[in-house]
Design a protein. Structure first.
Length: 665
């Protein structure tokens, strides 16, 4: 194996739309070709090479760079930003065009994955800005991509554009190399998990393409019909579901005061009204909602529900009945959890239909029979679109965050909470009994629901607003006084929570103000290097990263000036603005570590399942999906119930094995 590191970036062209059709269809389409390759070994100057499909008229035709081929053959590491793209192009295009064996998956190291693990954004330009690198976005880049790479591209360079393309290609290599120099590299375990994600993405999610195609056509017809109904209902004040100002002027006078309150959200401390999909459902759950208002909301759902667009993704992106590259390793910012791409299985509804009802409804869609509440019905059928004749199985951890949180606290009060799980108690009933000072046997379903809502919304420092927001998801409404009372009672029943939030505040403050000194809190340790990163070492040994920690003045969401520890977020700032910063609040960073430990459990389970030869094809939050016989699901269940070496005393449990040809709950 070569000790050299090769940094590489390619430019390509195709008549396939990469965003619409996905990476696999893009890479396997016969119109996709490489334009050029910019590359550098170690710290050497960047070399540039023109391919054979688009080149300046005076550029000589040169063979593929020999040193690059030798490096690949020796198993050398190749670094690329969003390396999935380069890997697919080498696998399906470049190796075929130039007759060599493509690099193995574990030769590809991704600077985007490194950036995400260091708390920086995914995009190369945004990551460079966040890291404070002296590189600027190439202003010609967007025009060059649209002119020479996208569908309908030119086949010859306009005067001066070949030089701009070369400079653009080279600059990406320079930026990605500089970015990796200011970031910590991934550990061997993290690279193993990253490579496994590539393998899972390469297997793809099997989908029922006939159903997806029929659903797409059905959704388009429903949308057109809904817009006509909207125009009729509103007397022409609205003609499309997207006309928000006209919608609000027509709708709001028909709502009761408490219904308006259901729509309230706070953004940066400012109260606003939201009518997104989630908040429309809150209104639709109201028995006394005005009839015409209900009709409009249902028409809006039918016309523009985002979940219906997933059928379009399946239709356009599947290759041979599978949708590929659905999971982004470490995509969820500061925690290391996975995020979704393309089909986005992470936000598919869980309230699915039973097998027989789902099959009947799918048949109705195939035959274009009118559905009752089509938007809701189609959303509830999304999971069933994931389909395999060979059979699927899936296993989900039970209340994973509810178990991890008190375990991380590592306190006597936390152990008492964990004992409830160890004893098989219904934690929501116990919580409700503690909150309302009653015997557990006297807790009815309504009170249990309050206990559940409190458990899900309050363990990370949430107050009355968080409780009210979570309650909406369950069709429950609390006024401010009720919510405040429940918050106080939950905290009294869970003293470990306020203690750990406070202890996290102290540890974070200590670490930021005393660089180089470790501060342990519960089962994690914080330490700052003083300038670049605040690190959090998890029980697994993995590091969470908070870039550019400072002790400074910050402003609360209600615009009150305070002084405390802050860090730079991974969110992309508005154009021309500096990177955004957050207060390193103890309860917030505690939530990060809880979710991070849940991510570590998932990562280790995936690695172990792969080592056992299980055909894992995906995962959704804390649920793992495999393809094969139900016996494989039983093995997966055993793996997920087994504690990793670092999680002694954490009471893990699952909901058992579910299976079927269609993915469900």
């Amino acid at each position: 194996m070569s000790d050299d590191i090769l940094y590489a970036d390619i430019e390509t062209q195709s008549q396939i739309d990469l965003i619409k059709h996905g990476l696999m269809r893009y890479a396997t389409d016969k119109t996709t070709h490489m334009i050029s390759l910019a590359h550098a070994f170690n710290d050497e100057p960047v070399d540039f090479w023109w391919g054979k499909h688009l080149r300046p008229t005076d550029a000589p035709v040169l063979p593929f760079p020999t040193r690059v081929l030798d490096h690949i053959e020796r198993g050398g590491i190749i670094v690329a930003h969003n390396a999935d793209f380069e890997r697919h192009l080498f696998d399906y295009v470049i190796s075929e065009d130039y007759n060599f064996d493509a690099p193995a998956i574990d030769q590809w190291h991704c600077s985007m994955a490194i950036s995400l693990a260091n708390g920086y954004p995914a995009g190369l330009d945004a990551a460079a800005q966040a890291a404070g690198l002296p590189y600027q976005k190439n202003p010609a880049g967007t025009r060059l991509i649209q002119t020479y790479c996208a569908p309908g591209h030119l086949t010859e360079f306009l005067p001066g554009d070949a030089e701009l393309m070369e400079a653009y290609n080279i600059s990406d290599v320079e930026v990605m190399r500089a970015l990796t120099k200011v970031c910590r590299d991934l550990s061997d375990d993290e690279w193993q998990e990253y490579f496994l994600t590539c393998k899972i993405n390469q297997r793809g999610l099997p989908v029922d393409t006939e159903f997806a195609d029929a659903a797409l056509g059905y959704a388009n017809e429903v949308a057109d019909d809904a817009n006509l109904n909207i125009a009729t209902l509103t007397g022409g004040k609205m003609t499309k579901h997207t006309q928000r100002k006209s919608r609000d002027e027509w709708l709001f006078p028909k709502l009761l005061d408490y219904q308006i309150k259901l729509l309230e959200v706070y953004k940066k401390g400012v109260k606003k009204i939201s009518l997104d999909y989630e908040h429309r459902q809150y209104l639709l759950a109201c028995d006394d909602l005005d009839f015409d208002a209900r009709s409009l909301l249902e028409y809006i759902d039918n016309a523009g529900s985002a979940v219906l667009r997933k059928y379009s993704v399946a239709h356009h992106q599947h290759v041979g009945g599978r949708v590929f590259n659905t999971f982004l390793w470490n995509g969820a910012g500061r925690t290391g959890r996975f995020s979704g791409k393309g089909l986005q299985p992470h936000n598919m509804r869980r309230d699915v239909f039973g097998d027989n009802e789902a099959e009947a409804l799918i048949q109705d869609v195939m035959e274009q029979i009118e559905l009752d509440k089509p938007a809701t019905t189609m959303a509830r059928l999304l999971r069933a679109m994931i389909y395999s004749k060979a059979g699927l199985y899936w296993v989900d951890w039970s209340a994973i965050e509810g178990r991890v949180a008190p375990w991380l606290a590592n306190s006597l009060a936390g152990e008492l909470k964990l004992d409830l799980y160890r004893e098989g108690k219904d934690v929501y009933i116990v919580t409700a009994a503690d909150m309302f000072d009653m015997m557990e046997d006297d807790v009815d379903s309504v009170l249990r629901q309050s206990g559940k809502i409190a458990e899900l919304s309050l363990q990370f420092g949430g107050g009355a607003g968080a409780l009210i927001g979570m309650a909406k998801n369950y069709g429950v409404t609390f006024d401010d006084d009720e919510a405040g009372s429940i918050v106080r009672k939950w905290r009294r029943a869970n003293p470990w929570a306020e203690d750990i939030w406070s202890d996290y505040d102290k540890a974070i403050t200590g670490a930021v103000r005393a660089p180089g000194v470790p501060f342990t809190v519960g089962r994690v340790t914080y330490c700052s290097d003083g300038d670049n990163f605040l690190w959090c070492e998890l029980p697994s040994g993995r590091l969470l990263s908070y870039p550019k920690p400072l002790w400074e003045e910050y402003f609360t969401p209600w615009d009150e000036a305070r002084v405390g520890a802050t860090f730079q977020t991974h969110f992309k700032p508005p154009a021309g603005k500096p990177p955004l910063r957050n207060h390193a609040r103890g309860a917030l960073l505690f939530q990060n570590t809880v979710q991070a430990v849940a991510a570590d459990l998932l990562r280790e389970a995936l690695v172990e399942a792969d080592a056992e030869g299980l055909d894992i094809i995906g995962h959704v939050h804390d649920e793992v999906i495999g393809q094969g016989p139900v016996e494989d699901g039983e093995l997966l269940n055993e793996i997920m119930c087994e504690n990793p070496w670092w999680a002694d005393g954490l009471p893990l449990a699952t909901g058992g094995v579910s299976s079927g040809r269609r993915y469900g709950k």
